[in-house]
Design a binder for this molecule. Structure first.
Ligand code: IMP
Ligand code: MG
Length: 195
């Protein structure tokens, strides 16, 4: 285990089993439909890569990069698109693939933007759902794991762009971020742009 990790929440094997189960459900639900998997850069990349291979349907992949700004203790709720989709989605069933839903602000914004483009349907698959009060109301249609309100890294999730390559998901030791941030649970809404 990496020295900065306090506890492993989900092992590689646990993640793979969950991804297989989600893939099987999605395969059933979208049979006969034109599915577009929309991954959010960068955190959802390992998840969408595995999930796509667990879905036994023809599908397209595309990506959006969304950034949110805030200060060290509170998310500003200001979200913007850094990278948009390659094409229109009006004739597609869109499934957003997210790494984690925390305050809900990023996903809420993304769904507003996408709804205006009139997809045939719009649903959400998130690997992690943090158990906390949402700033914006959002619900996930497919959820991998519900987790406590702790800061986690690995399998795509980062702290200051690090740890994305850990093959498991673990709780980051607070000492790692307490050196630069007074409020650990909100460190990801720091002034630095986070994707
Ligand atoms: P939101 O607060 O739901 O808008 O989540 C915004 C983004 O914050 C997520 O897409 C992640 O990039 C990041 N984030 C939230 N919680 C965590 C965490 O525990 N670890 C790593 N990134 C996180
Ligand atoms: Mg993210």
């Amino acid at each position: 285990m990496h020295q900065d990790i306090e506890e492993v929440l989900f092992s590689t094997e646990a993640i793979q089993a969950k991804v297989a189960a989600l893939g099987a459900r999605i395969t059933q639900d979208y049979r006969g439909k034109t599915l577009l998997l929309l991954g959010t850069l960068k955190g959802a990349v390992p998840f969408i890569a595995d999930l796509a291979r667990a879905i036994e349907l023809p599908l397209e992949l595309d990506y959006m990069a969304i950034s949110s700004y805030g200060n060290s203790t509170q998310s500003s709720g200001v979200v913007r698109i850094l990278k948009d989709l390659e094409g229109p989605i009006a004739n597609k069933h869109v499934l957003i693939v997210e790494d984690i839903v925390d305050s809900g602000q990023t996903l809420h914004y993304l769904m507003e933007v996408l709804r205006q483009r009139h997809p045939l349907s719009l649903r959400v698959c998130t690997l992690l759902d943090k158990e906390r009060e949402r700033v914006k109301p959002v619900t996930s249609d497919y959820t991998g794991f519900t987790i406590p309100d702790r800061f986690v890294v690995g399998y795509g999730l980062d702290y200051a762009q690090h740890y994305r390559n850990l093959p498991y998901i673990g709780i980051l030791k607070p000492a790692v971020y307490q050196v630069d941030e007074p409020s650990p649970e909100h460190q990801h809404t720091s002034p630095a742009e986070q994707i």
